[in-house]
Design a protein around this ligand. Structure first.
Ligand code: ZN
Length: 199
């Protein structure tokens, strides 16, 4: 720690070259005079150490919609979609990869995550089918944020909670899987067929 402190203050020059997460952690610590010491109040363990050291943000409203006792892969995929961290064609283009951008579900518009998971007509047929089967009303949404709102309504009801969570995570995963099938294997699966597969 000595390297990060200069004249009784955090050394801004050194902090500038440090990982952002660590800097945020350091700034919460008050610098006092005397020798550094560490006091561990609760019983020590790796879990306790991790909980103490990790940075926590406020819980987001969609966390329960993504995480459940189902398949972690589907949950993780949903989180990546919400954070727009999936390797869609527009994502790759923005990082300098030279390629043509086309949605592999409808072959008309460019591929963005908002389009692929919401705006695309092909995807919309899947959502429409699933909502109809559940007896839920589906309003036309534009973008993943709107889609989350649609599901949140049903997630907040005890009777439809599990179903909303299952459909949300499973559908996002299978829509991406369908897109990859079309891209790599040229395998065409109709929207209704996919919706039945999800259900
Ligand atoms: Zn499309």
């Amino acid at each position: 720690m000595r390297e990060f402190i200069k004249d009784g203050q955090w050394d801004e020059d050194t902090l500038r070259n440090t990982t952002k997460d660590l800097v945020q952690l350091f700034r919460k610590l008050l610098i006092a005079g005397g020798e550094d010491s560490v006091q561990w109040i609760t019983p020590f363990g790796f879990n306790a150490a991790w909980e103490a050291a990790r940075l926590r943000n406020l819980e987001v409203e969609w966390v329960g919609l993504c995480w459940n006792r189902g398949r972690p892969r589907w949950s993780m995929h949903s989180v990546l979609v919400i954070h727009k961290a999936i390797l869609s064609l527009d994502f790759l283009q923005k990082r300098g990869v030279a390629l043509a951008n086309r949605c592999y579900l409808c072959y008309t518009d460019g591929e963005t995550l908002d389009h692929m998971f919401c705006d695309c007509d092909n995807t919309w047929q899947v959502w429409s089918f699933l909502f109809e089967v559940c007896g839920w009303t589906l309003q036309r949404v534009h973008g993943i944020t709107d889609l989350i709102e649609q599901f949140t309504q049903h997630f907040q009801r005890q009777t439809t909670k599990k179903m909303a969570r299952m459909i949300f995570t499973t559908s996002l995963y299978f829509l991406w899987w369908k897109r990859n099938n079309r891209l790599h294997d040229k395998c065409v699966r109709e929207a209704k067929e996919l919706a039945k597969c999800i259900f």
